[in-house]
Design a protein around this ligand. Sequence first.
Ligand SMILES: *[C@@H]1O[C@H](CO)[C@@H](O)[C@H](O)[C@H]1NC(C)=O
Ligand SMILES: *[C@@H]1O[C@H](CO)[C@@H](O)[C@H](O)[C@H]1NC(C)=O
Ligand SMILES: *[C@@H]1O[C@H](CO)[C@@H](O)[C@H](O)[C@H]1NC(C)=O
Ligand SMILES: *[C@@H]1O[C@H](CO)[C@@H](O)[C@H](O)[C@H]1NC(C)=O
Ligand SMILES: *[C@@H]1O[C@H](CO)[C@@H](O)[C@H](O)[C@H]1NC(C)=O
Ligand SMILES: *[C@@H]1O[C@H](CO)[C@@H](O)[C@H](O)[C@H]1NC(C)=O
Length: 391
Amino acid sequence: MLLFALGFLLVILQPSTGQFPRVCANVQSLLSKECCPPWDGDGSPCGELSNRGSCQNILLSQAPLGPQFPFSGVDDREDWPSVFYNRTCRCEGNFMGFSCGECKFGFSGLNCTERQLKTRRNIFQLTTSEKNKFLAYLNLAKGTPSQDYVIATGTYAQMNNGSNPMFRDINVYDLFVWMHYYASRDTLLGGSNVWRDIDFAHEAPGFLPWHRVFLLMWERQIQRITGDENFTIPYWDWRDAEDCEVCNDEYMGGRHPTNPNILSPASIFSSWQVICTRSEEYNSQQALCNATSEGPIRRNPGNNDKSRTPRLPSSAEVEFCLSLTQYESEPMDKMANYSFRNTLEVRDPELDTGFEVWSHQCGVQGTITALLLLATPRLIQARIPLAFLDT
Ligand SMILES: *[C@@H]1O[C@H](CO)[C@@H](O)[C@H](O)[C@H]1NC(C)=O
Ligand SMILES: *[C@@H]1O[C@H](CO)[C@@H](O)[C@H](O)[C@H]1NC(C)=O
Ligand SMILES: *[C@@H]1O[C@H](CO)[C@@H](O)[C@H](O)[C@H]1NC(C)=O
Ligand SMILES: *[C@@H]1O[C@H](CO)[C@@H](O)[C@H](O)[C@H]1NC(C)=O
Ligand SMILES: *[C@@H]1O[C@H](CO)[C@@H](O)[C@H](O)[C@H]1NC(C)=O
Ligand SMILES: *[C@@H]1O[C@H](CO)[C@@H](O)[C@H](O)[C@H]1NC(C)=O
């Protein structure tokens, strides 16, 4: 399904995750448009001397864009990453990463030849110490600066086409919040104009593969900073749930005793600050989110518009979604009817709301967190949390 989905994706938009390797966030890389860093193991670009990969011109799809985005040459995310870099490492075999220094997901070992099986588990089946370890890992990620990646705090034009780099450090957790924001943000058109009907991660066939890679990258980063190579994100199976079962202090944080919109001081998440929540402010300033703290996590499970989304999906609704045999249907966006992707994500053709939107609207939104893993039976079987919320 992954390849199938990617094939379609290209018809609409190139995928864009928006990560910037620190080693390429400088004038020299931006002006030459080359991001082919040396691999630590042998010092050669892309580990070429060890046959890990080589520096290549990036190849762009020639497929036409969908009608949803009637522009060309106005958004840095078009033909990602070609506005910033047109030569990058192409890795061989099981190697992966900006310098071919990593293994493809599912592989490990010095030569990336060892198959590695990791299991995603139901959060309610973790022991107390496993669960506490998970929460501690999240907190560690929130407090650990990313060594490998930085975020862009300006557009390519604002960077003077590369001669004035605008990048900033970010912690490992917020890196993913920012990437999710960057892929989803509106197009800045200059003056006070923006184009809102654009999203490089949602409402199109790329929704599933994008989020799948996103979570795999996120797990990989947590594995790196904790040294726990077996770390996986647990999932919450919310089928038939009456309320947000993880919204308590044992798990993702309960309500504050006097302010239902914020978290209980007994939760470690009550001291977290969110970023990238003020899209209208960034739009009016024609600026990018620069990851400045924007206040505590706001969450009020159950405080949703019950006439629109009365509850979380039932098992039967999940079964209906899984019975759809077409991955995607025209027009391959949020209006697609009987598309598996769109039913899962945005809009059940019978119920008028899909699972992702559903879970946002059922009031479990407004927190990160990881666990709002949209698990469906088949995805549970495959241990694939589909997505997590991020601010
Ligand atoms: C890549 O960008 C550089 C710098 O703008 C340019 O000189 C070069 O021709 C480009 N290469 C390709 C293959 O487009
Ligand atoms: C990795 O590959 C290199 C070069 O092919 C080889 O010399 C080395 O023994 C391999 N190491 C392992 C652990 O497989
Ligand atoms: C940046 O590049 C664009 C497109 O090539 C060009 O129109 C613009 O003048 C350049 N701006 C600067 C400041 O060099
Ligand atoms: C990861 O799991 C494998 C297989 O169960 C085990 O051999 C290894 O010791 C584990 N690694 C850590 C760091 O726990
Ligand atoms: C970061 O962005 C905020 C909101 O757009 C803005 O008020 C602030 O000045 C920016 N900070 C820096 C250091 O650019
Ligand atoms: C999907 O179905 C709805 C309800 O039947 C209909 O209003 C809408 O036009 C359909 N959308 C497409 C793109 O066919």
